[in-house]
Design a protein around this ligand. Structure first.
Ligand code: TMP
Length: 217
């Protein structure tokens, strides 16, 4: 798949870094470790989650993830995830980046591409078109995909599953494939093997950040 995207544009503002991947990939702990690592280099960071963070986004998240909403269609999912994201950009991400803060984001458009676009059959290109029409800023400076196989991921999800997590093995296998396809050949993406220990994964994440991004000026 070919995707049009701007080259990395990070000079007069904070870095915009996304951690993404299949459910159970460990991105929340990696986000905390990355924030500590950036702090150690004197950088201010802010961590947000997509969908969520804003009052509106958290309400949309509840609607999206409630197991009671089994009837929700894939196009409805696309639009709701995008609505939460538009709000997140305006209320939280844009102001933080403008202040020179590094934003570490738990999921972003890459998730809509992999889940709804690829696994759900909506089409990755269609997802990206909607994003281009609705978001002020489409692609982060760096998206790190924490790649994990289904068995390892399932072993980490030892709690009650939400509506998306209940979609079944076939769907989640395609989600993983979708992430890998999206990342292919893109200099603004890095794929990290997330089956290893958190410390080893963190080293690979930090190396990807160091390689891809230059300090803001
Ligand atoms: P989280 O629990 O990792 O925050 O993600 C919420 C769930 O929503 C997770 O199963 C992935 C799914 N999701 C999508 O299906 N599409 C999206 O665009 C995003 C951001 C998340």
């Amino acid at each position: 798949m070919s995707v049009d995207h701007p080259s990395s544009v990070i000079n007069s503002r904070g870095w915009f870094i996304v951690l993404d991947g299949p459910d159970g990939c460990g991105k929340s702990s990696q986000a905390r470790m990355l924030a500590d690592w950036l702090h150690g280099r004197g950088m201010a960071t802010a961590g947000f989650r997509d969908p969520g963070t804003t009052v509106i986004g958290e309400k949309i998240r509840e609607i999206l993830l409630s197991p009671a909403h089994e009837a929700m269609t894939t196009p409805a999912e696309v639009l709701l995830y995008m609505a939460a994201r538009v709000q997140l950009w305006t209320e939280s991400i844009a102001p933080a980046l403008k202040d020179g803060t590094c934003v570490i984001l738990d999921r972003w458009l890459s998730s809509t591409c992999a889940y709804q676009g690829y696994a759900g059959g909506f089409g990755m290109d269609k997802v990206i078109e909607i994003a281009a029409d609705t978001l002020e800023h489409v692609w982060p400076d760096l998206t790190i995909i924490l790649d994990v196989d289904l068995d390892t991921a399932a072993g980490r999800l030892n709690r009650e599953l939400d509506r998306m997590e209940r979609k079944g093995d076939g769907y989640h296998r395609r989600v993983r494939e979708g992430f890998l396809k999206l990342a292919q050949g893109r200099p603004d993406f890095a794929v990290v093997d997330a089956t290893q220990s958190p410390a080893t994964v963190h080293k690979a994440v930090a190396a990807a950040v160091e390689k891809a991004l230059k300090p803001p000026v």
